[in-house]
Ligand binder design. Structure first.
Ligand SMILES: C[S@@+](CC[C@H](N)C(=O)[O-])C[C@H]1O[C@@H](n2cnc3c(N)ncnc32)[C@H](O)[C@@H]1O
Length: 323
């Protein structure tokens, strides 16, 4: 597989370059390398940087390596989970080198969504997989066919913010009694049926202009399979600790659950106390480590939103390590 076999339009690219405009040399870590779009722009834009790209998807790593080959020894890649960043830096003998910038562009790449056999898309027939990292064993099918009805309903509600979560969970459990649910389209069909049933029961007309009824359920499963929100707050804290003074952290998120975690983690790192107001003393241990550079998250401009639908839900938050 080469980078040219796939396409992924990097979101908020100019905004990321602006976020890192004070970073002219040293080490930049792209924690979500994907097809290497942001990394390529950074390597082109900043002649004196060394870039370490991390991704848990081996196909993405191979594509990015092909794409970035012209930059020779100015970049290196690691197949890993970014949450292991402190160990990754140690293994690469980079732990003593100050990290000048860290980028996270969360979520899935178009390559992952568009490859039917990866099972991320409800629009294409494929195995119900959704693993970003094939070395992990649990797939979306394992969750769908083994979780209890209550566990499924909670997962779909919590990670998908899906109001029809209970009806969907019921439909899944009913259906798998006859036969396990193994493909994306089998699941999507069940979800559409459940959502439409609920809409009719509530006396609403089924509105085909709204997002596809399976969108939220697929998002919830993807988050669960890849444990996307697990320890994200802890990781933001670690990433800030690894930054050199005046180093910058830029995070692009694609849904409100992620964005809330980023926003709160940044706020905590400004030293803002998180304790309930009635406590006489601070127990949360908040210390001032960063300044937030984006009071409101940056979003795609009109042109980008028009030309790249994925960018419409993207939010970029940037902070800078204090001295
Ligand atoms: C939106 S894409 C990144 C696209 C990239 N910025 C570009 O311009 O081509 C997100 C990537 O992050 C990877 N990813 C998501 N969570 C990860 C994690 N915890 N550790 C490492 N990689 C992760 C995914 O496999 C995917 O390739």
């Amino acid at each position: 597989m080469s980078a040219t076999s796939f396409f992924h339009r990097s979101v908020l690219l100019d905004e990321v370059l602006t976020a890192f405009e004070t970073v002219s040399d040293g080490l930049i870590v792209d924690c979500t390398l994907g097809l290497g779009g942001h990394s390529e722009a950074l390597l082109k834009n900043k002649k004196d940087i060394y870039l370490l790209g991390i991704d848990r998807d081996l196909v993405a790593i191979k594509c990015a390596e092909d794409r970035l080959i012209a930059f020779g020894d100015r970049f290196n890649t690691v197949h890993s989970d970014f949450r292991d960043l402190p160990n990754i830096l140690a293994e690469k003998n980079l732990e003593k080198r100050p990290v000048n910038a860290i980028l996270l562009d969360l979520g899935v790449s178009s390559m992952q969504i568009d490859t039917a056999t990866r099972g991320f898309s409800f629009q294409q027939e494929g195995p119900l997989d959704m693993r970003m990292d094939f070395s992990q064993s649990e797939t979306a099918a394992d969750i769908v066919n083994s979780f209890s009805e209550e566990e499924l309903a909670n997962l779909i509600y919590e990670y998908g913010e899906e109001p029809a979560s209970r009806v969907i969970a019921r439909q899944i459990v009913d259906s798998r009694e006859t036969k396990p649910i193994n493909t994306t389209t089998e699941l999507a069909t069940l979800v559409v049926k459940a959502v439409n049933f609920r809409e009719r029961k509530m006396g609403r007309r089924v509105d085909s202009s709204r997002i596809h009824p399976a969108t939220r359920t697929f998002q919830a499963l993807r988050i669960a399979v890849n444990r996307e929100l697990t320890n994200l707050d802890k990781f933001i804290g670690q990433a800030i600790d690894l930054l050199a003074p005046k180093g910058r952290l830029a995070v692009i998120s694609f849904h409100s659950l992620e964005d809330r975690i980023i926003k709160n983690s940044y706020r905590f790192a400004t030293g803002a106390c998180q304790c309930p107001p009635r406590l006489p003393l601070c127990f949360c241990g908040a210390k001032e480590k960063v300044t937030i550079l984006t009071k409101k998250p940056l979003i795609a401009n009109e042109i980008e939103a028009k030309t790249n639908p994925r960018s419409r839900s993207a939010k970029l938050r940037v902070c800078q390590k204090t001295q």
